[in-house]
Design a protein around this ligand. Sequence first.
Ligand SMILES: C[S@@+](CC[C@H](N)C(=O)[O-])C[C@H]1O[C@@H](n2cnc3c(N)ncnc32)[C@H](O)[C@@H]1O
Length: 261
Amino acid sequence: MTDKHLQHVFPKASRYDPAWVRKHSMGENVLLNLESLTKSLHLKPGMRVLDLGCGKAISSIFLAKEFGVTVWAVDEAISASANYERILQEGCEDKVIPIEADARSLPFADEYFDAIIVVDSYTYFGTDEKYLPYIARFLKPDGHIALVDVCFTKEIETLEQVPEFLKEDYQNYWYFIHAIDWWRKLWEKTGLVQIQEACQLAEAALVRNEYIRDYAEEKKPDPFAKALQLDNEGFITFFKLIGRRTQKTAYLQSYKASPKK
Ligand SMILES: C[S@@+](CC[C@H](N)C(=O)[O-])C[C@H]1O[C@@H](n2cnc3c(N)ncnc32)[C@H](O)[C@@H]1O
């Protein structure tokens, strides 16, 4: 891909130093994923955004700079201090608040956020059927939850259906990856969000090629890059899922986790 093509498809993300973005992306190029996702969102200055599983928080910095939103950058494994240093270096300390917390135990008030954005992190916690009912409480009515992540083009229901090239690694790295329809049903059946988008990223091929290129340069073993290289038929791809919060109250079996109303 030429730099010109990249700039055309990702005008915002390509303004950032590629070496800085690569260094601080924990999977695919986080800013390409995020810019693709934000094309479907209507973020406005002053909105409150939760960047969940933000990793090294460059997605939060991007959201603050590009859209003027205030971002709570939450990750359980990357320290708030390390992220705060990056936030300071980028002059975003008034707009980005770093927090070290588990996505399953968040310190926020109900109905606090206009949007919850999750880049390449939702599969770590969000395959639990009770996760959307948990996280939905933090969204304002009509607020959006939006994620971008890796998916399969076809759901794998049994081990016999695992494609040959994935067999060796499937039970370690891939058993929690699903097709878009699986995600759509997981969210739809709760009634807590109305699905606005559930589709492959229009830019999936670019995201994929950039990832393979970045990791070829790194020369580190990476099961994800390995699978993408072996995947001649495009079985693995990238998707976005966006839901708008409905009026329905979330019911959780856990007494402690029920909305405090
Ligand atoms: C693949 S990385 C993606 C990070 C970043 N969004 C990016 O694209 O560079 C997944 C991130 O999710 C975070 N994560 C996983 N489980 C989590 C949890 N239960 N609570 C908060 N963060 C979690 C990890 O610490 C990691 O930083």
